[in-house]
Ligand binder design. Structure first.
Ligand code: HDD
Length: 684
């Protein structure tokens, strides 16, 4: 059994190195290796004459260019990825024989791709949407893919409805609008007529759908899987990723503005964090259920529109993923990576969750069209780090040269090799679940309660989170043109909460809901609220608004304290260059009011000073402060910048630190930045 083999955390990186090409400092050649004398002018009959067909370099260059694009993913087209490693804290031997989950301290290389779902490859990243969270573990027993989302449930219960869901949420076919948005008629018509979506839509209307960063969102395997141990005993399992930095979101107004100011906001954040050595950490957790407990709950554990409340089935933290290396080439790695929930290793198996069952078909199928044939497993990013041998041959883009006469099994000419392995030798054997049933196209009655957990989610939200959900519904449903669809949505979600939908009905101009059956749910699940997650100052981005004649005796300790607490600082002024303080110290300007905007920062510190155009400086500072104030962000004001603050619309109150000077550990400033948002601030 190879389970306990020491895993080399660099095995994937070493493998990738054999594919890396360094073109710099090399002579330019054609793809045939011929050195080229001319790359600026095509071959012509005379300097003013027509281009000649025989210019093979011109034809090769243009032909390659013409074929550079591949189809974008049907969903999750807009994504960004990084390399890293997974380290196991605690052996899972009791539950699974998966090799990478045996030895505490063992490390497995991973490649993780985050994505939005609905938008095209070039769409903005801070749209309201589910985020994909797909992890490829390059284990010594083959690739294991955990293809999840940042929400623990899904819109539909049966995979046969996936094309309907995606057709409804994608831009409408007659005018291809709107891009990367669910706020339109067909999505909400789908929701109202497919009420199994209720629970997921509550998540989708919540702050979870506008994460502050890929680094600050949870991940979930969503479907129910099985762990199988060496003795063949099975447990049901759900997977969770818990971000070390806690769960944080944008404010909707801010998210929309960022879409314009920096459509690459999330990828930039991930890229820069890793480049700056702020490696990205998520802990892996599992919820485990014994097989005998399958029917213990008031929901069906195979229903992908249901969570297993963490208070009832605790999440056991078993390891940590650290993303620590950016890709070398986005196309080669991020675009060509092919995930598949069916890529499993011995010890991990499926359940009859009807969404999972359909997914097991779809992912290979989609790669065939997207990556152009059956050999996508040979692409460097997709190759397992362990050897792979079988009798599959040929096809577009085949890279390996499989030597020998025989490509079939069983055979005698090659001593029956490659041959299958026993389970003891690490062979994968499907779990022998008993299945007994009539062939039928129907759903189990145990899948029919669509509202209890949607209501549990609602009841578990803080006041601010509830308010955001009401505003999100009002925005989204308000974008629906068809009044009948608006009414249907209001009536449907009254089954979750009548007060919530009465407010939405008022906002979108339809009748308040009449009849609603609200299920009596258990008390709230605190684990569902973001408010109860970690709040840290680490990697928070602070904008320092400043001009010449600033007071360095106050600024320097602020900067030091902030950097010591793990924040990053941007010095922002009217123009690039160097600023000089009252005492003669200088600071270098990182950005100007033209190149950045308040929405791109987590907190502000107004250092003040004397600008050449003081009126303009005052206005630019006021714009920055007003936005940050409206987005509930921490704002610190230096004593000599009080006059600047008075020219803004902000009022003293929660999260506003006036006359801010920092001495000692600067706890007040650090804690204020860590808090991230001050929802009890009065902004109207
Ligand atoms: Fe899916 C991509 C996650 C249901 C069919 N899916 C895709 C990706 C993620 C998910 C993260 C992007 C992977 C990457 O970064 O390359 N999908 C989910 C989750 C689901 C889910 C968590 C519900 C539990 N998906 C689902 C269903 C189907 C698909 C029910 C079809 C029956 N998903 C696909 C796909 C994609 C895909 C069309 C598009 C690109 C790809 O597979 O590689 O096959």
């Amino acid at each position: 059994m190879n389970n306990n083999r020491k895993i080399n955390s660099n095995s994937k990186n070493k493998q990738l190195e054999t594919f890396r090409i360094h073109d710099q400092k090399k002579p330019m050649t054609t793809n045939q290796g011929l050195k080229i004398t001319e790359d600026e002018h095509s071959l012509k009959a005379g300097t003013r004459g027509p281009t000649l067909m025989e210019d093979f370099h011109f034809r090769e260059k243009i032909t390659h260019f013409d074929h550079e694009r591949i189809p974008e993913r049907a969903v999750h087209a807009r994504g960004y990825a990084a390399h890293g490693e997974f380290e196991l804290y605690e052996s899972m031997k009791k539950y699974t024989k998966a090799g990478f989950l045996q030895e505490p301290g063992s490390k497995t290389p991973v490649f993780t791709r985050f994505s939005t779902v609905a938008g095209s490859k070039g769409s903005a990243e801070t749209v309201r949407d589910v985020r994909g969270f797909a992890v490829k573990f390059y284990t010594e027993e083959g690739n294991y893919d955990l293809v999840g989302n940042n929400m623990p449930v899904f819109f539909i219960q049966d995979a046969i409805k996936f094309p309907d869901l995606i057709h409804a949420v994608k831009p409408e076919p007659h005018n291809e609008m709107p891009q990367a948005a669910s706020a339109h008629d067909t999505f909400w018509d789908f929701v109202a007529n497919n009420q199994e979506s209720a629970h997921m839509v509550m998540w989708h209307m919540s702050d979870r759908a506008i994460p502050r960063s890929f680094r600050m969102m949870e991940g979930f395997g969503v479907n129910t899987f099985r762990f199988i141990n060496e003795q063949g005993k099975a447990h049901f399992v759900k997977f969770h990723w818990k971000p070390k930095l806690g769960v944080h979101s944008l404010v909707w107004d801010e998210a929309q503005k960022i879409s314009g100011k920096d459509p690459d906001f999330h990828r930039r954040d991930l890229w820069e964090s890793i480049e700056n050595g702020n490696f990205v950490e998520f802990e892996l957790g599992v919820q485990l259920l014994e097989e005998k407990d399958e029917f213990k709950f008031d929901f069906d554990i195979l229903d992908p529109t249901k969570i297993w409340p963490e208070e009832e089935v605790p999440v056991k933290i078993i390891g940590k993923m650290t993303l620590n290396r950016n890709v070398d080439n986005v196309f080669a790695e991020t675009e060509q990576v092919a995930f598949h929930p069916g890529s499993v290793v011995p010890g991990i198996d499926f359940t009859n969750d009807p969404l999972l069952q359909g997914r097991l078909f779809s992912y290979t199928d989609t790669q065939l069209i997207r990556l152009g044939g059956p050999n996508f497993h040979e692409l460097p990013i997709n190759r397992p780090v362990c050897p792979f041998h079988n009798n599959q041959r040929d096809g577009y883009g085949r890279q390996t040269i499989n030597v020998g006469q025989v490509s079939y099994h069983k055979n005698s000419l090659a001593d029956n090799k490659p041959n299958t392995s026993s389970e003891e030798d690490g062979g994968y054997a499907h779990y022998q679940e008993n299945v007994d049933g009539r062939k039928i196209q129907a759903r189990s009655d145990s899948f029919k309660d669509h509202f209890s957990q949607a209501r549990l989610f609602w009841k578990s939200m803080s006041l601010a989170e509830k308010q955001h959900i009401i505003e999100a519904f009002s925005f989204e449903v308000g974008k629906v043109k068809n009044m009948n669809v608006r009414q249907q949505v209001v009536d449907m979600f009254a089954n979750v909460d009548v007060d919530m939908m009465t407010k939405v009905a008022q906002a979108v101009g339809v009748n308040a809901p009449l009849n609603a059956e609200q299920s009596d749910v258990r008390k709230a699940s605190p684990a569902l609220s973001q408010e109860n997650k970690a709040k840290l100052p680490d990697t928070r981005k602070v904008a320092v608004l400043i001009a010449d004649q600033f007071d360095e005796t106050i600024l320097e300790p602020i900067i030091k304290t902030s950097l010591d607490a793990g924040m990053s600082i941007h010095i922002i002024s009217e123009k690039f260059g160097t600023l000089t303080g009252k005492g003669g110290s200088t600071v270098v300007v990182d950005e100007t009011f033209l190149t950045v905007h308040s929405v791109l920062y987590d907190a502000l510190y107004v250092a003040g000073g004397q600008a050449q155009q003081q009126n303009k400086f005052e206005k630019d500072v006021a714009d920055f402060v007003n936005e940050a104030y409206m987005h509930y962000k921490p704002i610190g004001i230096a004593p000599n910048a009080k006059a600047l603050f008075e020219k803004t619309q902000a009022k003293p109150g929660p999260g506003i630190l006036l006359d801010l000077t920092v001495s000692g550990d600067g706890k007040q400033w650090v804690n204020t930045v860590a808090e991230h948002r001050f929802w009890n601030r009065e902004i109207y």
